[in-house]
Design a protein around this ligand. Sequence first.
Ligand SMILES: Cc1ncc(COP(=O)(O)O)c(C=O)c1O
Length: 447
Amino acid sequence: MNIQQPRSAVATPNDLAAYWMPFTANRAFKHAPRMLAGAKDMHYFTTDGRKVLDAAAGMWCSNAGHCRTPINEAIARQAATLDYAPPFQFGHPQAFELASRIAALAPKGLDNVFFCNSGSEAVDTALKVALAYHATRGEAARTRLIGRERGYHGVGFGGISVGGMVNNRKLFGALLTGVDHLSTTYNREKQAFTKGEPEWGAHLADELERIVALHDASTIAAVIVEPMAGSTGVLVTPKGYLQKLRAICDKYGILLIFDEVITGFGRLCYPFAAERYGVVPDMITFAKGVTNGAVPMGGVLIRGDIHDTFMKGPEHVVELFHGYTYSAHPLACAAGLATLDLYREEGLFERARALEPTFADAVMELRKEPNVVDIRTVGITAGIDLAPKNNAPGLRGYEALACAFNDHDLMVRVAGDTLALTPPLIVSEAQIGEIMDKVARVIRAVA
Ligand SMILES: Cc1ncc(COP(=O)(O)O)c(C=O)c1O
């Protein structure tokens, strides 16, 4: 059966009990499963034969749309040629080629790439490199890591420690010690219904000065922030904020890490958001869009001289005691190379840039719908805050997710009562209209 374009229902499993689903309301799901069987371009196909418009790029991953033939063929070729290669002490050509290609897309100076398998691993890798870098330079007291409230940096212990989402932290013990947080940059009163970067909020970067005054710069290793906080509900960085953070980090010798797991590879209309904002961090984490979501992969772009700091001592000795069995997996590298080719050949980042104002205008039309209390947009991404139902935060959002999928053949992302729209960058203007029309009907249905 061709599951990409099913004509009839695909068999569904009759026992859903064993699989404990991640970040999912398992009991609700298993009572009314949302089951996917195939995908092509802008659509998913369900096991009951429906065609669902993807307004989420899967999960911020499939920027070039789904089941793209060149990526699939590259993966198949690679699987038939070199299925696995140990990444410790051995290499394969595609790993080196992909690292060079990613470095070429990054801001000047970010010359080295460390591969892993996910955004969470990328974050923990970046934090470890920061600590090891300072220790190697003889500043071993620089151990503090600074994150931000409402930040999301994956689910490793490093990531949840610097992250700022309470549900991801509160049941998991003491977390890493020596972590502090900047305030969130979001303020509804000052920023509601802004298209693009808000005017208000750059001054919040000055909090880093307060944190330095409290702990002393000599104890601080790195600051990590998302250029756009996606998972917490599309919080767009205020104008000038990242520039200020950069300046304060420079002043005190603190490393600046941009977590671009979502914002990398075109989501904000550039290869990396660092370019959109004209700010060069010391490291960039990436994942998701690097392979168009087709094979798991993450990584960290690292400033050349940080990398070079480790390249000392006897040559037979491992320089960094860190890595993963599946770092630079051949299938991921093949998918990554084909994905970057596709992004370039189809000019998808430029396409996104041209489409950004149309997307922003279209989504702002939703402000007249019931219970819409804020809308934020940047790149091909929007967050729509719905007023929570009485005493049940997250219920309206959950109902919207289910209603969109079941009744309107639309996939959206939801964070609490915020709907996130973040379609593949191949979305047409007509499909933008279709998404907004469906979302309007969903919002009315959950009013
Ligand atoms: C900014 C950011 N960092 C890290 C992660 C974690 O990535 P993963 O789920 O691949 O571990 C995410 C996932 O959405 C993310 O948005």
